[in-house]
Design a protein around this ligand. Structure first.
Ligand SMILES: Cc1cc2nc3c(=O)[nH]c(=O)nc-3n(C[C@H](O)[C@H](O)[C@H](O)COP(=O)(O)OP(=O)(O)OC[C@H]3O[C@@H](n4cnc5c(N)ncnc54)[C@H](O)[C@@H]3O)c2cc1C
Length: 470
């Protein structure tokens, strides 16, 4: 028999709601590890629908988990306490650019790449560029405070949010911020909501800051025999007066995986391949890219090269873009982490990751944003193999603890979700977590908004298989 709340919701939402087990099947996964069934999925396409769903959910105290495109890597949109999945992906895409104000108003279901394309039509740029831009929604980016390769020079999603429209857990519509560059009226609730991982409100519209699109850009690629020299090349570049837009790297295992997947002629007998992009005025870009080439060569970089055409540049970046699909062929399951360390600690972190690979005999590859210390250690495994999964759990725990020891953080861009919540207190301390919990409790007294995320459930011990005691 259907629960009363589903019947009440069905009456309001009609064909926008599904609750048959077969229709819920795909919603038990996201791009992370876990598997949890919701009890109903509602396809919302406007703010009024969100309002109605939240009013009913709040009355019946039913969990609501917002979901964009399900590309999250920390389990943020898994309905771990059942209830309703609020599917935002069917919300019509909308990007209204106001070129004279350098802002854009966007709907939550819009793909990030659609915002990039619309801004560029006006000679403008929306800088945040998660590698998932073609497949993730701006709503998901806002909720995770997503970053991307351009974060080194331009910052992350929160740096480009001027205002939000959200629906509160009680089903009220609220506006934060505005569309001016400066705005210090009241508490900065906009910043609180960006990165709140769907545990406070549903984002239904956002006003984003745009900047003039840099006139040109140039890529430099280099291979390094050791991680130390790659790290040195990065710090020497950043202290030479140049701030590249991107400084990315892939390790040897990633280079080998890409070459197996699609041969691009990458060197595979090295420890790291570094890709740098400088952007700006053509004269500055020419000078800066020449200097980067010189630094890379002086610090022992091999195969140091600069593309002559746009196509050649795209081909170089293909090496970085193909890492995800290439490593996905190694084993069926992927634990993708984003432990982030101060830049000076990158070689120490890389050395420790190599030790962890040996100690736990795991297939561990690393790539990421070298310029800002945001590494992506990825462990390729098979989650059906319980013994291997135990080793993965231990390895992931060690990665987090070592990153914190080095003065780093659990997450540079993927969020805490459910996967990293047992470690939250290790980074924030008891008081830090308690103050955050108080915000959550006063904002959402019935705890209906994405429960079980950011804060660990009572007795939650494991991260990947998410075992809860008692
Ligand atoms: C191949 C690949 C590459 C990636 N590269 C990057 C990268 O470079 N940088 C990066 O930061 N991330 C990256 N990610 C992770 C992921 O794409 C981002 O976290 C993205 O922001 C998630 O968007 P989504 O639409 O898929 O949201 P989902 O995964 O569906 O949801 C993510 C979180 O947002 C919440 N949420 C979704 N919509 C709303 C809303 N409207 N209101 C309130 N809460 C909401 C959900 O509850 C959940 O907690 C990558 C993922 C993949 C698979």
């Amino acid at each position: 028999m259907k629960q009363e709340w589903i019947e009440v919701l069905q009456e309001k939402m009609d064909h926008h709601l599904v609750s048959a087990r077969s229709d819920l099947e795909t919603y038990r996964f996201d791009a992370s590890f876990g598997e949890f069934f919701p009890e109903a999925v509602v396809y919302v396409t406007n703010t009024e629908m969100v309002r109605q769903v939240l009013k009913i959910a709040n009355e019946y105290k039913v969990p609501v988990t917002p979901r964009g495109q399900g590309t999250g890597l920390s389990g943020g949109d898994l309905p771990i306490h059942g209830g309703i999945i609020l599917d935002m992906s069917q919300w019509p895409a909308s990007v209204e650019v106001f070129p004279e104000d350098l802002v854009a108003r966007v709907s939550p279901g819009t793909l990030t790449s659609e915002i990039h394309a619309e801004a560029e039509k006006h000679g403008l740029m929306y800088p945040p560029d998660p590698s998932s831009s073609n497949i993730s929604t701006i709503g998901g980016n806002l909720a995770e405070n997503a970053g991307g390769p351009r974060g080194l020079k331009y910052g992350v999603t929160k740096d480009y949010v001027l205002g939000l429209e959200v629906v509160t857990p009680e089903g009220d519509v609220m506006h934060t911020g505005g569309r001016t560059i400066k705005n210090v009226t009241g508490l900065d609730v906009t910043k609180l909501l960006v990165g709140s991982e769907g545990i406070l409100s549903i984002i239904t519209s956002a006003t984003l800051k745009l900047i003039p699109k840099p006139a040109t850009k140039q890529t430099v690629m280099a291979a390094f025999p050791t991680m130390e020299t790659a790290g040195e090349a990065v710090s020497t570049t950043l202290t030479s007066g140049i701030l590249p837009a991107k400084m990315e790297f892939i390790d040897q295992a990633c280079a080998r995986a890409v070459e197996e997947y699609e041969p691009l002629g990458l060197p595979t007998d090295i420890e790291a391949i570094v890709l740098v992009e400088v952007d700006g005025h053509p004269t500055a870009v020419q000078e800066e890219s020449d200097t980067v080439m010189k630094i890379m060569k002086e610090l022992g970089g091999t195969s140091v090269s600069m593309p002559r055409t746009k196509e050649e540049a795209l081909n170089m970046w293909k090496a970085r873009m193909l890492v995800s699909p290439a490593i996905a062929t190694i084993k069926p399951t992927r634990a993708s982490e984003d432990a982030t360390v101060p830049r000076s600690q990158i070689p120490a972190m890389m050395a420790h990751l190599a030790d962890i690979r040996e100690k736990y005999q795991l297939s561990l590859v690393v790539f990421g944003h070298l310029g800002d210390g945001n590494l992506h250690p990825n462990i390729l495994c098979d989650k059906r193999d319980k013994e291997e999964l135990e080793r993965v759990e231990k390895a992931v725990g060690e990665i987090f603890h070592f990153a914190l020891e080095l003065g780093g953080t659990l997450s540079g861009e993927h969020g805490i979700g459910t996967m990293k919540s047992p470690f939250l207190e290790d980074e924030l301390g008891l008081v830090g977590v308690d103050m955050m919990k108080r915000i959550k409790q006063s904002w959402d007294p019935n705890n209906i908004m994405n429960p079980g995320k950011i804060f660990p459930d009572k007795g939650q011990r494991l991260i990947l298989s998410r075992e809860v005691e008692g």
